[in-house]
Ligand binder design. Sequence first.
Ligand SMILES: Cc1cc2nc3c(=O)[nH]c(=O)nc-3n(C[C@H](O)[C@H](O)[C@H](O)COP(=O)(O)OP(=O)(O)OC[C@H]3O[C@@H](n4cnc5c(N)ncnc54)[C@H](O)[C@@H]3O)c2cc1C
Length: 396
Amino acid sequence: MTEKIGVIGAGIVGLAVARELATTRGAEVTVLEKEDRVGAHQTGHNSGVVHAGIYYPPGSLKARLCREGVALLKEYCAHHRLPYEEVGKLVVASTSAERPRLAALAERARANGVPGITELDALGLREVEPHAVGVGAVHSPHTAIADFPAVARRLALDVAELGGSVRLAHPVRAIRETAGSVEVLAAGRRFAFDRLVICAGLGTDAVARMAGRRGDIRIVPFRGEYYALAGAARDLVRGLIYPVPDPRYPFLGVHLTRHIDGEVLVGPNAVLALAYEGYRGYNLRNSWQILRWPGTLRMARQHWRTGLKEVHGSLVKGAFVRAARRYVPELTASDLRRTEGGVRAQAVAKDGRLVDDFAVDVEGRVVLVRNAPSPAATSSLAIARHISGIVPALVR
Ligand SMILES: Cc1cc2nc3c(=O)[nH]c(=O)nc-3n(C[C@H](O)[C@H](O)[C@H](O)COP(=O)(O)OP(=O)(O)OC[C@H]3O[C@@H](n4cnc5c(N)ncnc54)[C@H](O)[C@@H]3O)c2cc1C
């Protein structure tokens, strides 16, 4: 009998999982999405970078699934004629003090199997990015850009072609597990599945609660704000220019990224949001949920200095301009105009630690993706394979 699998969330991860399970197991999949379109949240509000796997600790899920994900995504985009451009990335050290971290990064990238990594001096980096400055750089020529929302839309078509369905405007309101199935209530209808895979991004905690799996980590939303370069200033950046990351805050550091539509983005920063979908403003109920989690305050206590700097950057355009000018000094304040941002779903442990790696729980009939921050868009097709591999098919 055909296995029935429900997937909550039509972001790039949920859709990739649905497609994988329909393809490899012949499962009948139903994706339930609360919004009226696919890719409405993180998938549609990010930097659009296909990360090559430079940063992640060797042996971590991120390191493995990012490399596998790049290969799968490149092939998928070629097959479906979706945009995919290897514009290359420079990680630039702007002071000699950053050199040891830069060298360690090059070593890590090689350990992760990232192809074509070279270390450049001040002159060498200008051959790659003529308007950038720094004392040295690591160059990753195969780091690419893609259109993740277009990938998500294509995955949704695949699901339909494989006999599954993607039900938009179906917010999941309740989940009940019985001996023989998982029942899900969405848009006033009751669905019964053999398995349920939760890929709800910023909605993870709410859905985990419905499924009775509160767990010991929670999602803390971090808003990422961007500016876009106006007019001719776009020509100052060919590909992707990144700072040397601070190992304590791997997702911090304003960078310059060429987008697939020709825009060049400056950002994102990372500001604690007081709403799960906190693109702007706050939500009292969400704020209470976020602040009540002991990990949030412990994290704030450990990182308040950095947090204040990020808030400053959010309020004062000059801080963003300074961060960008550090790498491309020809930029001026009038070259930057505010543009749409995104909100990251970042899991935080009770002790305030940011959960670094991807995290997936499997218990009974429910698979719960607990942490899928960057590079999960890059890794989505590999995350889907991973999930398919760790969840045995149910025989009825
Ligand atoms: C600012 C920013 C920059 C980033 N840059 C990059 C990058 O350059 N490269 C990269 O690889 N990654 C990047 N990322 C990370 C990447 O965007 C995410 O890791 C990825 O999109 C996660 O996909 P997802 O499907 O898990 O989540 P989402 O895309 O957020 O999808 C989750 C879906 O679940 C739905 N949902 C939630 N609750 C319910 C419910 N109760 N019922 C039904 N549906 C529900 C939501 O509406 C949403 O559509 C970035 C993220 C941000 C925010």
